[in-house]
Design a protein around this ligand. Structure first.
Ligand code: TYD
Length: 217
């Protein structure tokens, strides 16, 4: 009788775990297009993929959208706390929660995550506090990789202007400039603690997709 070597549960879980991939970038950087292309490519390789986004389509996500549209203005601290609450539910929900999906072996691709809170809410309030409540929250998972699609704000503003009749509060060109440079401040502050990959989003759609894919594995 041959005795099969036993894999420890830990190794087995590590090997069967999915991946948590986050896309970030200023508004209009092309996240939706690149997320769709990555999802298609991974699925064609037989990988189970779920795409998701923040703010989420929940009641809290709805309140956040009302604030972003200007319909129901909120302070930066209030917004940071609302995004935090939305993110915790996004992680732990037994139905759509990121953590369960990843433990089940799914690749989760998320359009925006806590890096956006650092860049957007950190612009008008204490960034250390925003980072602290997110990074030290035991129910918020750290992504395996964050792909930052980097695009010049004048180009992204042009893309947004072409496709939207009404712009949200953060979508004006001068604000986009500030947010882009804030993202870079955030990445410097995070240093080696997070796996951040900066991709030049001014290249052709195919070239960006290729570079994104190379950075996932
Ligand atoms: P939305 O139009 O849903 O998507 P996108 O611009 O990413 O295609 O906009 C989401 C907005 O929410 C965007 O302007 C950034 C903002 N945001 C924050 O301010 N803080 C956060 O933590 C997150 C996740 C998003």
């Amino acid at each position: 009788m041959t005795v099969q070597p036993q894999l420890s549960t830990e190794i087995l879980n590590e090997n069967t775990k999915g991946k948590f991939i986050v896309f970030e970038g200023i508004d209009g950087a092309g996240k939706s297009t690149q997320i769709a292309l990555l999802e298609k490519r991974l699925k064609s390789e037989g990988i189970t993929v779920v795409t998701t986004a923040e703010p989420t389509p929940t009641a809290m996500g709805g309140l956040i959208r009302d604030a972003l549209s200007g319909a129901s203005p909120k302070s930066s601290c209030e917004l940071a706390a609302m995004f935090l609450s939305d993110r915790i539910s996004h992680n732990i929900s037994p139905i759509y929660g990121i953590q369960r999906l990843i433990n089940d072996g799914t690749y989760v691709i998320c359009d925006r995550y806590y890096y956006s809170s650092f860049a957007y809410q950190g612009l008008d309030t204490d960034i250390d506090w925003v980072m602290d409540i997110n990074l030290n929250c035991p129910q918020i998972l750290k992504p395996d990789v964050c792909i930052f699609l980097d695009l010049d704000p004048s180009q992204s503003a042009r893309r947004l202007g072409d496709s939207r009749a009404f712009l949200e509060i953060f979508e004006k060109t001068d604000t986009l400039e500030k947010i882009r440079s804030r993202f870079f401040d955030v990445f410097r502050l995070l240093g080696e603690r997070e796996n951040i990959r900066i991709v030049d989003a001014s290249q052709s759609i195919e070239d960006v997709a290729q570079e994104v894919y190379r950075n996932i594995f």
